[in-house]
Design a binder for this molecule. Structure first.
Ligand code: 13P
Length: 255
């Protein structure tokens, strides 16, 4: 179901006390400043060890939801150091980010592996936030659409209609992540419209209209309103600015 969404990807940041302080501040600010009901679904994705304690500080049954940053592709077993989708579900996670460019780049996650992770997440009842995005080199070569089409085809569009219903897509141009260099709202809109068109082609027009597509990459309190005002931009996946309660709250209030 398409909805406005702001998701905070905390990446490998915060200690437990910092994580607890951050979520408490965000919850209080949002409650105080939006009469308790922001016009948007808020997803917070802290590091694995903080899911449970952060989840405890999130008001239940409201706009706040818990997400993880990754999961393993197998349900359980001898995979030292890994975390399964069912484990995440059992500590209150509803969402899981998959295919983030940092996972693709630093941990060699390819489309085949991501396909398996998507299946594992869905089997455990998690809703995937599936990331796609191009490098600066790809953009400058004029291959952005070709690249995105391949990531969607090979990584995502193997899902059935029912499975795909559970997916949120995030467009994160790699050149904009953590660089302070945001895509312009026109660039974001152009790509989001393209992604929606690809969904319509792979599934149908109804599925395309029902999918939330988030923008990520140096999204902040100053540029969020302009980005979110684009017809095909349904919200943001926020990195750096999600670690500052004032900024993240302002982004949530940007709809
Ligand atoms: P920044 O907002 O820090 O650019 O990170 C974006 C991101 O990677 C979110 O997943």
């Amino acid at each position: 179901m398409r909805k406005n969404m702001v998701a905070g990807n905390w990446k490998m940041n915060t200690t437990l006390p910092e994580a607890q302080a951050l979520i408490s501040e965000i919850v209080h600010m949002v409650q105080d400043e939006t009469t308790g009901t922001p016009a948007v679904e808020v997803v917070v994705c802290p590091p694995f060890p903080f899911l449970l304690p952060v989840g405890k500080l999130i008001p239940q049954g409201g706009s706040f939801h818990l997400g993880a940053q990754n999961c393993h592709q197998k349900a359980s077993g001898a995979f030292t150091g890994e975390v399964s989708a069912a484990m995440l579900q059992s500590v209150g996670c509803e969402y899981v980010i998959l295919g983030h460019s940092e996972r693709r780049q630093y941990f060699r996650e390819d489309d085949e592996l991501l396909s398996q992770k998507l299946k594992a997440a869905l089997a455990a009842g998690l809703k995937p936030i599936f990331c796609v995005g191009e490098t600066l080199e790809t953009r400058e070569q004029g291959d952005t659409f070709k690249h995105l089409e391949k990531q969607l085809q090979d990584g995502l569009f193997h899902l059935s209609n029912e499975e795909f219903d559970q997916v949120t897509v995030a467009y994160e141009p790699i050149w904009a992540i953590g660089t302070g260099k945001t895509a312009t709202s026109e660039q974001a809109q152009e790509v989001h419209a393209f992604i929606r068109e690809q969904i319509a082609r792979a599934y149908d027009a109804k599925a395309a209209l029902a999918t939330s597509i988030l923008y990520g990459g140096s999204c902040n309190a100053q540029n969020a309103r302009e980005l979110f005002s684009q017809p095909d931009v349904d919200g943001g996946l926020i990195g750096g600015a999600a670690l500052k309660s004032r900024d993240f709250t302002d982004i949530i209030k940007s709809f």
